[in-house]
Design a protein around this ligand. Structure first.
Ligand code: NAD
Length: 255
């Protein structure tokens, strides 16, 4: 379905980003990976799908490094057809104790980077008459939780930016939508389970407590499920899905 398209997936060395990159590769898209840590396992996973792939280590908190990543993409792959803004970080603390450096980093990576990648990707998508921008927001783009002020502010910002981008592109073949996952068991969430274990909870109690407080299904969403939704948004059937904030959250936001 996506043969000949190029997808840039930020933060795709692990977790949801790698799940979405793998799903897009299974549909035939060429993949540009990005993110920190050891990229070798992610590269090997995409290589197994038999598509062309590359990797750029841009730190998304730096607009110049984002521009360098697009220069790399253009030189090695041509235009970016599918942009998945997925990279994100979390920090948990009350507003009046929130460290300034953590606030600035979360806004830069989780929100401003989405603006920078979008502004760089849109001209070619418009010129080509086709494009897909998929922003990985969160249920925290729709509702709040305490002690996550920067994350909730950034993700609400991503949902707003998604709507504006979709409206500006409404008369083109370029769509922009947000996915709003509930709990997905990735390194980002494992940190929060580990914090509960450190406070004396058993691993089972920590997992069940985390899920039970928010996610009525009592089950994690999976990167594979989010990958399938991303593939649908890339399909012709989704051409009129524009500016949506689509929650996949085990019922979290229905409460
Ligand atoms: P993760 O920690 O597994 O992956 C995050 C990715 O972002 C990694 O590849 C990491 O290297 C990359 N990254 C972090 N800082 C970066 C930077 N400055 N520059 C470039 N790359 C950077 O986390 P995840 O759970 O897979 O999260 C992915 C996205 O999904 C995030 O935007 C997160 O907010 C969102 N999300 C996650 C959940 C969940 O339950 N896990 C729920 C809702 C939304």
């Amino acid at each position: 379905m996506l043969k000949g398209k190029t997808a840039l997936v930020t933060g795709s060395t692990s977790g949801i980003g790698l799940g979405i990159a793998t799903a897009l590769a299974k549909q035939g898209a060429n993949i540009i990976l990005n993110g920190f840590g050891d990229a070798a396992p992610a590269k090997a996973q995409i290589a197994r799908q038999g598509v062309k792939y590359g990797y750029h280590n841009a730190d998304l908190s730096d607009p110049q490094q984002i521009a360098a990543m697009f220069d790399y993409a253009q030189a090695e792959f041509g235009d970016v057809d599918i942009l998945v803004n997925n990279a994100g970080i979390q920090h948990v603390a009350p507003v009046d104790e929130f460290p300034l450096d953590k606030w600035n980093a979360i806004i830069a990576i989780n929100l401003s980077a989405v603006f920078h990648t979008s502004r760089l990707a849109i001209p070619a998508m418009k010129a080509n008459g086709w494009g897909r921008i998929i922003n990985i927001a969160s249920v925290h783009g729709l509702v709040a939780s305490k002690e996550k002020s920067a994350y909730v502010a950034a993700k609400h910002g991503v949902v707003g930016l998604t709507k504006t981008t979709a409206l500006e592109l409404a008369r083109t073949g370029v769509t922009c939508n947000a996915l709003c996952p509930g709990w997905v068991l990735t390194p980002l969430v494992q940190q929060q389970i580990d914090a509960r274990i450190a406070k004396g909870q058993s691993p089972e109690a920590a997992r069940d407590g985390l899920l039970g407080e928010k996610q009525p299904s009592g089950e994690f969403v999976t990167p594979e499920q989010l990958g399938a939704l991303a593939c649908f948004l890339c399909s012709d059937a989704a051409a009129q899905v524009r500016g949506a904030a689509w929650n996949m959250d085990g019922g979290w936001v229905a409460q």
